[in-house]
Write a protein that binds this ligand. Structure first.
Ligand SMILES: [Ca+2]
Ligand SMILES: [Ca+2]
Ligand SMILES: [Ca+2]
Length: 640
């Protein structure tokens, strides 16, 4: 036993000492843990000791992955309950509780979920990762009062660290305001509960982040505070305002977890059911060794509803760091598109522009960043972003929509090539990979079939091409009416968006708006290509490619074409089953609809055509043959 322990300690230290910059270390603290309520207590704690990297290890990035599923043989939980991830104890079982909230999550209304349902989330915790060293007790805490008989959740929680030098060395963490604060209580105004805090910065602190998580709960009968009322929060540093904003989330209707068996579409005070609570982070540069005062004020509110106790749950920390490590350092923080991660399911899969999150992790402002991107090991494109990003500021960058998707599933890769016209100062955060799958494939001619509900003024739809131009749109619907529009969209990449201005979809149990539907149908047939549920909240967004999938006439049958070899390298050969009866055109079209190659065909003689494709980059293409009476198209690959 002792030997085993020694051996595993030896192996662990061996792993850590051989870890090299860029290496990934994973620590799983909660492995298929069943969580359920304790109705008599209102919460249940699931503590677990994790063996984290050794003291002295350095990481430039860290995050956690959290997954939610229904427990085997049981139903998912029914209600939107607060969940917390705490850093509980360090330094062994005798260690003092740190009571440090690392993250907060609200469970979805999961009553209708089945055993195949799964949600997963990722949250960057680089600011606090230095606390996760050696043995640390991580507590997952589930609150709520619903029954725990036959109902609960199954969770997995894993921490991921990327070896490297942090953008700022961690110096320490201070609690500011922590706990539940009543709001609107005349006998105890919240601004008296939120006492100002004096923080004595360490002499080696020169950079700091005020990290705050705030959610509102309960609802009075006038303003529906604090759950459904945006109220202003002002944060002061030495009497100077450093942040002034409404505590509010206006994107609950875009939640990746949908539909839900509850009022999931309503926007809320700092949170949405079935999502992580995202912290606000305010960065500033204190003078080392000085003491500064921090103050928080909430907008005035008085509760007159004796049946409710409005409150905020607040966790605010001041995290201290040393001097930034680098001057010129652009970082790719995340790939949002393409990405098969659950969190980004509203915007994926794609055929158009990839999107990434760019962050400045150096002290020199970023004004331009050149990216190279494409399918991993395939042809690449370049795009140069320009703007102005200060230290730790981030932005979403849409790369140009000219990716050659050479496979229908695979890895997408993006790399920073150049920053402000010169070499980037830190390469370990310059490349990122994501998984992709092909979007829906639709014939060039198809039908958008929309049935309005009783609130048709809330809806409109439009279709954009890969360049963002609106090519089709419709609005001004009558109630409970079916609108079937036959559209012809040349081979290419498009996005269909059905908007709902009331953010409650076209079929939702909690209103009286009735039921509509949305489908793509085949032209001249009643067959659906795809239909979607009406409980989509704020919008339904579908990226799709069009192609001539079906022959349009009798001759299509006799003039079937074969393409070989596929994938092609230098030459692609087209074999018709019978000679063309009339002259026509052969085209090679890219997946984004660009005409790459064109050749005129003569009547009768054309039974076999060979096309030199050696100048065309690797990618997915469509080979199209059109005559006055015949049209056919096939997808093929060029791979080198
Ligand atoms: Ca970099
Ligand atoms: Ca409505
Ligand atoms: Ca609606």
């Amino acid at each position: 036993m002792k030997l085993n322990l020694l051996l595993s300690c030896f192996l662990l230290s061996a792993i850590i000492s051989f870890a090299a910059p860029g290496d990934t270390i994973r620590v799983k603290t909660h492995d298929n843990v069943f969580i359920e309520t304790n109705p008599s207590q209102g919460f249940t704690a699931y503590p677990s000791w994790g063996v984290f990297p050794a003291q002295g290890s350095n990481f430039h990035k860290a995050w956690f992955n959290l997954t939610f599923q229904c427990p085997t043989g049981e139903n998912c939980g029914e209600w939107d309950y607060l969940n917390y991830i705490y850093i509980r104890r360090k330094d062994g079982v005798q260690g003092q509780s740190m009571d440090l909230e690392l993250s907060r999550y609200i469970t979805p209304y999961g009553n209708s979920y089945t055993s195949t349902w799964k949600a997963s989330y990722k949250l960057d915790v680089s600011d606090m990762e230095a606390l996760l060293r050696d043995s640390v007790e991580i507590e997952y805490r589930h609150t709520g009062y619903e029954t725990n008989v036959g109902k609960g959740w199954k969770i997995n929680l894993e921490f991921v660290f990327i070896e490297g030098t942090p953008s700022r060395p961690f110096r320490g963490i201070n609690q500011l305001w922590n706990g539940q604060f009543s709001y609107g209580n005349a006998a105890s105004p919240i601004n008296e509960q939120l006492t100002p805090k004096n923080i004595a910065f360490s002499p080696i602190t020169s950079s700091a982040t005020l990290h705050i998580v705030q959610t509102g709960h309960a609802a009075d009968n006038v303003q529906y505070c604090a759950e459904f009322c945006p109220k202003k929060r002002t944060l002061y540093r030495n009497d100077t305002v450093i942040s002034d904003k409404d505590v509010w989330r206006d994107d609950c209707g875009l939640n990746p977890v949908y539909p839900q068996a509850g009022t999931w579409v309503y926007d809320r005070t700092g949170w949405c059911p079935g999502d992580l609570v995202f912290p606000d982070k305010i960065n500033f540069n204190p003078t080392p060794g000085t003491t500064e005062e921090f103050k928080m004020e909430m907008e005035a509110f008085t509760n007159t509803d004796a049946t409710q106790a409005p409150n905020y749950v607040i966790e605010a920390y001041l995290i201290e760091f040393g001097s930034p490590s680098r001057q010129l350092d652009a970082s790719i923080e995340e790939i949002l598109k393409p990405n098969t991660d659950f969190q980004y399911n509203r915007m994926n899969p794609i055929c158009g522009a990839p999107q990434i999150k760019l962050m400045n992790k150096g002290t020199t402002n970023l004004t331009s960043v050149k990216f190279s991107y494409g399918v991993k090991d395939g042809p690449t494109s370049e795009y140069t972003w320009s703007g102005n990003l200060a230290f730790l500021a981030s932005t979403l960058v849409d790369l140009a929509a000219n990716v050659n998707w050479i496979t229908s599933t695979g890895k997408f890769e993006v790399t920073i090539m150049e920053v402000n016209g010169s070499a980037d100062g830190y390469a370990l955060n310059n490349t990122m990979l994501s998984d992709f799958i092909a979007p829906l494939l639709v014939p060039e001619t198809f039908v958008v079939s929309f049935k309005s509900n009783n609130a048709p003024q809330e809806n409109a739809w439009y279709i954009e091409d890969a360049a963002g131009n609106v090519v089709e749109n419709r609005s001004g619907f009558d109630p409970l009416t079916v609108y079937s529009d036959t559209l012809t969209l040349p081979t290419g990449c498009y996005t269909f968006v059905l908007q709902d201005f009331d953010k409650d979809g076209i079929s939702w149990w909690a209103n009286n708006d009735g039921t509509g539907f949305i489908r793509f149908r085949k032209a001249n047939a009643s067959t659906n290509i795809k239909s979607w549920g009406g409980d989509f909240g704020t919008e339904l967004r579908v990226n799709f490619t069009t192609a001539i999938i079906l022959g349009i006439s009798e001759t299509a049958e006799t003039n079937a074409l074969e393409i070989f070899p596929n994938p092609a390298q230098e030459l692609v050969n087209v074999q018709f089953s019978a000679p063309l009866k009339e002259k026509g055109t052969l085209q090679i079209i890219s997946i984004t609809g660009q005409n790459i190659y064109q050749q005129e065909l003569t009547a009768l003689s054309s039974e076999f055509v060979s096309v030199n494709v050696s100048e065309i980059p690797s990618g997915i293409y469509f080979l199209s043959i059109k005559t006055a009476t015949f049209s056919s198209q096939k997808r093929f690959l060029i791979v080198r």
